[in-house]
Ligand binder design. Structure first.
Ligand code: GLN
Length: 189
């Protein structure tokens, strides 16, 4: 099982550390060729416009779309979620368009642009997870087979379609490895 974390910009190192704690030696990924060797990829938080531009420049966007088509699992956190969406409100920025959802960037507003909350995710068991939001997007609409695993005030913040997983929050900034473990299960299905 070969897992990569897209390391163009953003907090990829935290994901690498998290996977290491789960006993997985994940690799930082910076080229399309490296993407082609993966069974699973994480797109970290950061600045979605920047990551999107760099993905396009290096042909990584096409490589990801092709690999997902062949069964690669993909998990996007925050900016990663934005990049997986096919509809980004008021933006024509580059994207992968792999999830049929609409997202609104920086949707929690400037005053409360970062916050944390405890949230129950049935798929991860009865204990709540600590969800850390940093200038996070809202998912305003979910379509075509995309499942909501957790929401806040009725807004989906953790979604899944088959082997595609996306969260508006950052589990890699906590000590809780369950969501990464859940992703590794998707890689192996
Ligand atoms: N606000 C960022 C964006 O729109 C995402 C923030 C994050 O990834 N923590 O791209």
């Amino acid at each position: 099982m070969r897992i990569g974390v897209l390391a163009l910009q953003g907090d990829y190192d935290k994901h690498l550390q998290m996977l290491k704690r789960l006993g997985v030696e994940a690799v930082p990924v910076r080229t399309a060729e490296e993407v082609r060797q993966l069974d699973g990829l994480i797109i970290p938080g950061g600045e979605s416009t920047t990551i999107g531009k760099l993905m396009r420049r290096f042909g990584i966007d096409e490589a990801i779309i092709e690999k997902v088509d062949q069964g690669m699992a993909l998990y996007g956190t925050c900016a990663g979620l934005i990049l997986m969406a096919n509809d980004i409100e008021d933006s024509d920025q580059g994207r992968l368009g792999l999830l049929d959802i609409t997202v609104r960037r920086n949707a929690f507003g400037r005053q409360i642009d970062s916050f944390e909350t405890d949230m129950t995710v049935p798929e991860l068991g009865p204990d709540p997870i600590r969800a850390v939001f940093i200038r996070a997007p809202f998912v305003t609409e979910v379509r075509n087979g995309v499942k909501t695993l957790a929401s806040i005030n009725g807004q989906p913040v953790l979604i899944q379609r088959d082997k595609l997983l996306a969260s508006a929050f950052h589990p890699e900034l906590t000590e809780d490895t369950r969501l990464h473990a859940y992703f590794l299960e998707l890689v192996q299905t």
